[in-house]
Design a protein around this ligand. Sequence first.
Ligand code: SF4
Length: 336
Amino acid sequence: MRPFSYARAGSPADAVGQFRAGAAYLAGGTNLVDLMRLGVTAPDHVIDVTRAVSREIAKRESGGLTIGAGVRNSDLASHPLVRERYPMLARALLSGASGQVRNAATVGGNLLQRTRCPYFQDVALPCNKRSPGSGCAAMAPGADTAHLAVLGHSPFCAATHPSDMAVALTALNARVCVASPAGGGSGTANTGGIRVIEMPGLHRLPGGMPEQDTTLRPGELITEVKLPPPPGGRQAYRKVRERASFAFALVSVGALLDVGPDGRVRDCRIALGGVAHVPWRAHAAERVVLGAVPSAEVFAAAARAELRYARPLPGNEYKVTLARNLITAVLGELMP
Ligand code: SF4
């Protein structure tokens, strides 16, 4: 590990004021410290933000929730309002990592965790995300593609985003507030150095710049996440993985289904994990379901619509079938 300096920040303004090229923010450390040990990343200055951002969960006047970026994953999962009103989020959190990791990991850090592509973590192998222009070991013949994308990837990178929580937040239309050294920008609301990013929108597809995981600008710090008032209907989060715990999703689905008194779907949200560089909002599937009389046939048609343009890699073709079946099954479970 290379030498680095360490400083604590007392507020978001203090943190972004300390930031400089080559620095990194440290929260729970459950991902950053591992990557530093592996040599994947080597910041020369680490800014501890655990005392800079809120660790509170507060009910908003609108009926939604404000979640401080420093809230621990375990505290968020067990909060009574989250369990009662956003069960998809509670289930997503509890399906991630282990109890010990959830006790340390924070909401802000969870959103910004990096891919678990095995070739990204092996500094002896080429990886465009870790070392732009070096190539992609995951695309080589015989590579392990189980945790690689089937949607939205590019010839430069097919990594997937590992967060379960981010999938639920994407389906719930969460907004992410960031303290920005330079203020706001196009496509976002900007209130005195705080930028608000709608989800989906925090994470980005790899294109020709897989080294950029998110739409955050240098030095920006996630301060809180806002959830809109709880939606009607029923919610679920289901994750398929290679072992029962402490494993990342091969495919996961966060979904919400609300059927009106006329028997037609008046709200449907679907987000997928494990299939793309971003938590994937399944807009094509939602369009099929919205306004329809719900049935197994409608749900299957929705799943087919979403996966129509999937481009699996050699060895992960089964994830397309898995995603289709999981969408159909989860929506079926949500039928009133
Ligand atoms: Fe790196 Fe992306 Fe290729 Fe994985 S898929 S080796 S993260 S460039």
